[in-house]
Design a protein around this ligand. Structure first.
Ligand SMILES: [Zn+2]
Length: 272
């Protein structure tokens, strides 16, 4: 928890609203699905955000985005910051980073180092692996969320420093080593993409909401851990939830697989 926030009128308003989370800072990378996660956390009491996205909100995104038509053409991080202020007033702090996390490593690292939890809602494996590395380095808990093609399923993974697998270990446990190898051999660490983006189709925003809500809930568990207002844990560190089935993996609709994978001993995340 940040301890250095001076008392101000702004903080008094925060106290009146949501005492348990008023001093928490959340960093969100990817303000597509991340926009909804930001709103869940704001309503829960988080009032300080670092928002990263280099992308512009387009009309086609509105089918699954919190921000409406007036934000089309704006950078997604800037749009979400404005949207959060519209909801909660000027009492919130939202630092807008209209860049890729790769562009300025020191800025990305500095924002992460002062955040209590990182949310990774990006759509490239290169950014996921890169942010995983930084979260280990800065000992920042992280929640990774992604939706599979057409919203057929989604997965949420929470990394707690010193407690089990990081994102890279999870990928090794799941046999997705190829993604890691592709990432490691990519010099610029920004060029490996996975064709897992959801398409803009009616109702896809509803399906996305399941996974955004689960990711927000995981982040809250981390932020409230050990506090009087702590939430019951909703499950294991990794959950894959199928909405309408993946043949051979999750045949039943609304079924899930949950695991607590351990660290690999040779990974940076393993406790010495
Ligand atoms: Zn690891």
């Amino acid at each position: 928890m940040r301890q250095d926030t001076p008392f101000t009128e702004r903080n008094a308003r925060r106290d009146a609203l949501h005492p348990p989370l008023k001093d928490s800072t959340v960093m969100i990378v990817g303000l597509g699905g991340g926009a909804e996660i930001a709103m869940h956390l704001l309503r829960s009491g988080v009032s300080r955000f670092h928002l990263f996205d280099f992308d512009t909100l387009e009309a086609g995104n509105l089918v699954r985005h919190s921000c409406g038509i007036k934000y089309v053409g704006k950078n997604k991080a800037a749009a979400v910051a404005e949207y959060l202020r519209e909801y909660a007033g000027e009492g919130i702090e939202a630092f807008v980073h209209e860049t890729s996390v790769f562009e300025n490593h020191s800025t990305t690292r500095a924002a992460m180092a002062e955040s209590d939890v990182l949310i990774v809602a990006t759509d490239t494996d290169s950014s996921r692996f890169f942010l995983n590395e930084l979260s280990i380095e800065t000992a920042t808990p992280a929640v990774f969320v992604s939706m599979f093609e057409k919203g057929k399923a989604g997965e949420v993974f929470a990394y707690r420093p010193g407690h089990g697998a990081c994102f890279s270990c999870l990928m090794r446990h799941l046999g997705r080593q190829d993604m890691l190898e592709e990432y490691e051999k990519t010099a610029e660490k920004a060029q490996c993409h996975l064709a897992r983006d959801a398409r803009s189709m009616p109702g896809i925003g509803i399906d996305q909401s399941f996974f955004s809500a689960l990711a927000a809930r995981k982040a809250l568990e981390i932020l409230l851990e050990g506090q009087e207002h702590s939430l019951p844990n909703v499950g294991e560190s990794w959950t894959i939830l199928s909405l309408f089935g993946i043949p051979g993996v999750l045949d039943e609709h609304l079924s899930s697989i949950k695991q607590n994978p351990p660290s690999f001993p040779d990974c940076e995340c393993a406790v010495p």
